[in-house]
Design a protein around this ligand. Structure first.
Ligand SMILES: Cc1cc2nc3c(=O)[nH]c(=O)nc-3n(C[C@H](O)[C@H](O)[C@H](O)COP(=O)(O)OP(=O)(O)OC[C@H]3O[C@@H](n4cnc5c(N)ncnc54)[C@H](O)[C@@H]3O)c2cc1C
Length: 457
């Protein structure tokens, strides 16, 4: 066979099932062409675009060391390239949910290759489970996380590492060329950095995971999301490490495994109900009359809502492409409940910015907050952004790192500037409504509105 290996978002040298496939099928392969289609990220935030390019470049440099030179093309030119190369087969990752565009997903790409009369071989690369293997007795996906977790947790087992020889991979490989406008100089090996970050987390921070995971002021989370989104690790390798260290600290290791299982749970659901990418999972809420108030949306995006915890979180997202999980819950509840804006707007905005964007986790995270999802937060448990701020950023440290204007403000009043207007002016010469916005909505009024809207269904 004349095999094209599509490498996007499987940016790893080690434990790469696509490489393993090539090594295992050497006898059937006449020629192999490693192909790296570059995503169009024109509508992504610069911070996300830059990170993607940094990872790609690091990967290409790492491949170079093993004498592997992929063809680098844009997705738009992929069809032309495969025709020129006269491929008979392509090997494609079938479980990636982090692409920036839906058209790069497996079902779309598969169809496109089949139009060129190319046989498509789909391979698991970035998720642990095959969706159908996780189903309940009725052969349906679990719709409640705890049931999914209980039923499938025992199937997390140690998986042997792949042991292909890089020399072997290069043997039948054609040397590709860079047909994109990506400049490939001075690159860091991000896979190495990712491994170091993961090992540091295992050696140190995981010991505090359960207790401190919700503390937005301290980074005791793993930061793994952005590595998983680009395929810098196989999740099976992560699970191997967790199972190896498990006996040393069962509580924290299990706590972390549980979070990884959320990623699998949402992946399974999204693979079975792809329409929920834009439609409420809960059918009864599909006719909800959401708000499409653009000025409210702009205020939320730009961190101008008058709720410091929301504004600080959004400013951090805009600057770094990252937001802590607790804050994702706070800002998404604020958008969908306090402002009653359609969750798909928030989902799309996160997609533009999040380095760790993953369609399944993002959509279901948003639907959880909007109370339209499976196993979602009930609408009557609406977050109060001020209480959340007092609880998870009690001293206001996080707020102060993002909103410099509050650097001297006491933790007693920092969470609710509108209520403490006078003190802000007298004590700190900060005029609420001028130097910092007044709250754009009143929490109690928005709560009443949300209850009223949801009760209609
Ligand atoms: C509105 C909203 C949007 C979200 N969007 C995304 C997204 O686009 N991509 C994404 O990976 N996660 C998303 N999440 C889940 C979660 O916030 C991130 O996985 C986590 O913050 C990433 O940081 P970390 O890797 O340091 O997490 P850690 O706490 O170190 O967790 C380790 C890993 O477990 C998985 N995980 C943890 N919590 C969740 C969760 N609630 N759902 C699914 N997987 C989880 C992730 O793979 C994560 O990398 C979203 C959550 C919400 C509420």
């Amino acid at each position: 066979m004349y095999l094209g290996v599509i490498l996007n978002r499987v940016f790893r040298i080690k434990d790469n099932p696509l490489f393993d496939y090539v090594a295992e099928h050497q006898d059937e392969i006449n020629k192999v062409y490693f192909i790296l289609p570059i995503e169009d990220l024109a509508d992504a935030a610069a911070v996300k675009r830059d990170y993607y390019h940094k990872v790609v470049k690091g990967f290409v440099s790492a491949l170079d060391k093993y004498n592997l030179h992929p063809y680098i093309v844009t997705y738009e030119k992929l069809g032309e390239l495969v025709d020129t190369l006269a491929l008979s087969h392509v090997l494609v990752a079938k479980d990636i949910m982090s692409y920036h565009k839906e058209t790069y997903d497996y079902p779309h790409v598969k169809k496109a290759f089949e139009k060129h009369n190319i046989t498509v071989i789909g391979q698991r690369v970035n998720h642990y489970f095959q969706p159908t293997k996780t189903f309940n007795k009725q052969q349906q996906p679990y719709k409640v996380f705890t049931s999914f977790y209980k039923a499938n947790r025992q199937d997390l087992v140690h998986t042997p590492k792949k042991s292909y020889q890089y020399k072997q991979l290069a043997k039948n490989a054609e040397k590709g060329s860079n047909q994109s406008d990506l400049k490939l100089k001075n690159n860091k090996d991000i896979e190495k950095l990712a491994r170091k970050a993961w090992n540091d987390f295992l050696n140190d921070d995981i010991a505090h995971y359960n207790k401190l995971t919700d503390d937005v002021t301290q980074d005791f989370v793993s930061g793994l999301g952005k590595y998983l989104a680009y395929g810098l690790f196989d999740i099976r390798e992560i699970i191997n490490d967790l199972l190896e260290g498990y006996d040393s600290d069962e509580t924290n290791y299990e706590g972390f495994i549980r979070e990884i299982m959320f990623r699998e749970f949402y992946y399974v659901l999204m693979s079975q109900y792809p329409e929920t990418a834009t439609k409420s999972f809960s059918k009864k809420y599909r006719d909800m009359q959401w708000s499409y108030n653009k000025s409210h949306f702009e205020a939320w995006k730009n961190g101008q809502t008058g709720y410091p915890i929301v504004d600080a979180a959004m400013k951090k997202l805009n600057r770094t492409g990252y937001m802590h999980n607790r804050l994702r819950m706070v800002v998404s509840q604020f958008l969908t409940k306090n402002l009653f804006i359609d969750w798909t707007w928030g989902e799309a905005y996160f997609k533009q910015y999040l380095l760790d964007y993953d369609n399944a986790s993002n959509v279901h995270g948003w639907q959880w907050s909007a109370s339209t999802g499976t196993d979602a937060v009930p609408y009557f448990r609406m977050f109060n952004p001020i209480r959340q701020s007092e609880r998870f950023d009690a001293q206001g440290y996080f707020i102060k790192t993002q909103l410099e204007i509050f650097s001297e403000v006491s933790s007693k009043i920092i969470h609710d500037p509108t209520k403490h207007k006078t003190k802000f002016k007298e004590n700190y010469h900060i005029e609420i409504g001028k130097d910092y916005p007044e709250a754009i909505v009143d929490h109690k009024n928005s709560r009443d509105y949300v209850m009223h809207k949801f009760k209609q269904f």
